[in-house]
Ligand binder design. Structure first.
Ligand SMILES: Cc1cc2nc3c(=O)[nH]c(=O)nc-3n(C[C@H](O)[C@H](O)[C@H](O)COP(=O)(O)OP(=O)(O)OC[C@H]3O[C@@H](n4cnc5c(N)ncnc54)[C@H](O)[C@@H]3O)c2cc1C
Length: 410
């Protein structure tokens, strides 16, 4: 059986960084990456709509679920050090005005190639089409099985990702490897995912995008809110702001709770309800021949204007002069709180990230080494750490991968 000093299970974002940083800190170590797909880094290519939003300069521990655990790695390899690492593998980056970092080429293959070429330069062995099916800890070593075949390694880094987007490799099999070694998992749920809602009020809005504030209310209690782009679909809502709050919708439906879950959209967060009413009165005064559908087109897209009037119970064939004070107040109310009943979320196949994972208390946050098994490390999404949209999840993958790799080299 071939023996290595280090085996990295999973050649995704965190696994590639871990292997590279280990080799850089200890050139004597023999390192192998075992990847189940025919190529490494397939998911990296899909990130940021093919542009790879690889970090965010506003990264803080509060950007993450379990941020208190994540902060040690995020501090050791903070954004500046991570970008210096990328610079050292030949990748230059640019930052947009919202703090999101992209490769200068604005293409994800630049990121993957930089990592692949560095792994090659460091003579890291990469074995693709090698799904790891079992890991056994045997007298200070790890036996790593790919079906009937096996290798051994003194140290192992498990970087298999979560369950989100399984077609890009992360099919959740990493969780089984750790469960078999006795590790506990927290509930696994799709996060950064589209929200399903009742569609009667939004049938005419399919494909419409708007900037809005979106909030999740469970039985009258505000659970989460986010601002940014939303997009209406034939099943509900998508877009960054909707994805940001989706983990709370996932959690609610997973819990089996019978409480109602409402998605409330404020299409004009910068205006108060009274200011919207004033706007409507001014519009009517300016042009009383205006069609009802056009009443709000100065502040929201036309399709949204019509949907809001409908949701407020206004017949679109009414004349503006027929609108009562109550009607106008109702329209203003609907534009500030356009309420949709949530029915669930899309599944892991549509999700960008997994909420939940391996219980972080079983790992040393400074080194990412297991407290149970010496020489066993985890990094990336397999741990119960996840962040919002905007480069935070890749930043965690890089920071945790670099940390695990460096410590495995010692
Ligand atoms: C469509 C999409 C877009 C995204 N866009 C962004 C973005 O722009 N910015 C951002 O910050 N985040 C983004 N994310 C999230 C980000 O890609 C992930 O959080 C990150 O890739 C996680 O890194 P990882 O190394 O933990 O796992 P992964 O990148 O998923 O890598 C895990 C690797 O392990 C392999 N593997 C799994 N099981 C086994 C096994 N048993 N044996 C061997 N190999 C195995 C998989 O094939 C895979 O290659 C996006 C995600 C998706 C799905």
């Amino acid at each position: 059986m071939k023996n290595y000093n280090l085996a990295v299970i999973g050649g995704g974002a965190s696994g590639l960084c871990a292997a590279i940083n280990c080799a850089r800190h200890n050139s004597k170590m023999s390192i192998v990456i075992l990847e189940r797909l025919p190529r490494v880094g397939k998911k990296i290519l899909a990130t940021g709509n093919g542009r790879c939003n690889l970090s965010n300069i506003n990264t803080q521990s509060s950007s993450y679920h379990n941020g208190e655990f994540a902060c040690a790695a995020l501090n050791k390899y903070n954004v500046e050090k991570t970008l210096a690492f990328f610079n050292s593998v030949g990748l230059l980056t640019v930052t947009d005005n919202e703090g999101r970092v992209y490769p200068m080429s604005y293409t994800a293959p630049s990121v993957l190639d930089a990592l692949r070429f560095e792994a090659e330069r460091l003579t890291i062995e990469i074995r693709c089409q090698t799904p790891v099916t079992k890991i056994q800890a045997v007298s200070g070593k790890y036996i790593i099985y790919n079906g009937a075949n096996a290798i051994s390694a003194e140290k192992v880094i498990i970087a298999c990702g979560g369950k989100a987007s399984p077609s890009q490799g992360s099919d959740g099999s990493g969780f089984e490897l750790l469960k078999n070694l006795g590790y506990k998992l927290t509930p696994l749920l799709p996060a950064l995912v589209q929200i399903k809602t009742k569609t009667d009020l939004i049938k005419s809005l399919k494909g419409v995008r708007a900037k809005a504030r979106i909030s999740v209310w469970i039985q009258g209690e505000l659970i989460s809110e986010s601002s940014g782009e939303i997009q209406f679909t034939d099943f509900g809502i998508s877009g960054i702001a909707a994805m940001e709050v989706s983990r709370y919708v996932s959690c609610h439906f997973q819990s089996g709770s019978k409480k109602s879950c409402l998605i409330s959209i404020d299409f004009v967060p910068s205006l108060s309800k009274n200011e919207v009413s004033d706007y409507i009165y001014r519009s009517i005064k300016r042009n009383s021949a205006l069609h009802i559908e056009g009443l709000l087109t100065g502040i929201v897209p036309k399709a949204v204007s019509a949907a809001i009037c409908r949701a407020a119970g206004i017949n679109l064939s009414l004349e503006l002069s027929d609108l009562s004070e109550k009607n106008i107040s109702g329209i203003a109310q609907c534009i500030k709180s356009f309420n949709l009943e949530a029915t669930g979320t899309k599944g892991f196949e549509s999700a960008q990230v997994t909420s939940g994972g391996v219980e972080v208390s079983e790992f040393n946050s400074q080194t990412l080494e297991s407290k149970r098994h010496k020489g066993l490390y985890c990094c990336g999404e397999i741990l119960d750490v996840d962040g919002g949209c905007g480069g935070f999840n890749l930043q965690w993958a890089w920071s945790s991968g670099l940390t695990a790799g460096k410590n495995a080299a010692l």
